[in-house]
Write a protein that binds this ligand. Structure first.
Ligand code: MEV
Length: 309
């Protein structure tokens, strides 16, 4: 019985969420502490799924599992796999619908597992194509930022579908905190689009400024200017709130981070629920920020550091 495993990790966006949909640059970091692992095993016939969301035959899978199935079928098609059935077991520690890229990470893990099973060389573009197929089902049209970040071991700058590594001048200690409220990326993206159409004079300058902030943020990271980096993260949050994708739960956590002396804090990903990302002063401060964010209502928190590189 042939079997193979593929893995991927979560992501957090520092600059450019929403604006990236309109061609703005974005900066995002991998979250290695949260992982998705897919195991595929050949079986005589049929597709069988074991995941936290669903266990059973693919034909009976509910709508929430469709992105996972799309990733599987897309990957199998691209390897030229024919005939045999597949058993897909998914273990993910990435919370769903929290702006952490769970759907993209699951798709990349599945693509890697299927490629390994079929002894097929998938390059970065093949993996990306599979993840985009799954993201289209999960969220509607995706900029491609999430699939690129969950497939990258290092922080990336993303522009027009192209990625490059971001240089980092000094170690950055981040805290992520979950509002406990599910976000819906697809809905948030359509809401911003509707506002852009209704009020282009208000929304276009916000998107332009978010694009500028992604460029400024990239240079702050490179020069290791954490003070400026944090201040610009705060500015991004204000503009995202003006775009209408923040909410009370996110505002409460951003305020708590501010009171805890964080250098910067913002919502991350699609918003309207989901998570905030906070830049702490150092590792020790990050631990304090975590405690304060939990006191302010965060249901879960994680710490991650980006090393100078
Ligand atoms: C979602 O993590 C990021 C958004 O910019 C959507 C996208 O890039 O497709 C909100």
């Amino acid at each position: 019985e042939r079997a193979a495993v593929g893995t991927s990790h979560a992501k957090a966006i520092l600059f450019g969420e929403h604006a990236v949909v309109y061609g703005a640059p974005a900066v995002a970091i991998p979250l290695h502490a949260l992982t998705a692992t897919a195991q595929v095993t050949e079986r005589p016939a049929g597709t069988h799924i074991h995941s936290a969301l669903f266990r059973g035959q693919a034909d009976d899978a509910p709508a929430r599992v469709q992105p996972l199935l799309e990733a599987l079928y897309s990957a199998l098609r691209r390897t030229g796999h024919a005939g045999q059935g597949v058993d897909l077991r998914l273990d993910s520690t990435i919370p769903y619908e929290r702006g952490l890229g769970s759907s993209a990470a699951v798709a990349v893990a599945v693509a890697r597992a299927v490629a390994a099973l079929e002894h097929h060389e998938f390059d970065a573009e093949d993996i990306h194509a599979v993840a985009m197929d799954a993201e289209t089902i999960a969220h509607g049209k995706s900029s491609g930022l999430d699939p690129r970040t969950v497939a990258s071991a290092v922080p990336i700058r993303f522009l027009g579908g192209q990625v490059s590594p971001v240089s980092v001048g000094s170690r950055l200690d981040f805290v992520l905190a979950d509002t406990g409220r599910a976000g819906a990326t697809g809905k948030a993206v359509s809401a911003v689009r509707r506002r852009l159409e209704a009020e282009p004079d208000v929304v276009t300058p916000l998107i332009d400024r978010l694009a500028e902030l992604a460029e400024i943020g990239t240079s702050c990271m490179a020069s290791g200017d954490r003070e400026a980096l944090g201040a610009h993260m705060c500015e991004v949050h204000r503009h995202l709130a003006e775009l209408g994708v923040s909410d009370l739960t996110l505002e409460r956590l951003v305020d708590a981070a501010d009171r805890a002396g964080a250098m910067g804090a913002k919502l991350t990903g699609g918003g309207r629920g989901g998570c905030v990302i906070v830049l702490a002063r150092d590792e020790e401060h990050a631990e304090h920020v975590e405690v304060d964010l939990r006191r302010a209502g965060a249901t879960r928190t994680w710490r991650t550091a980006v090393e100078a590189a």
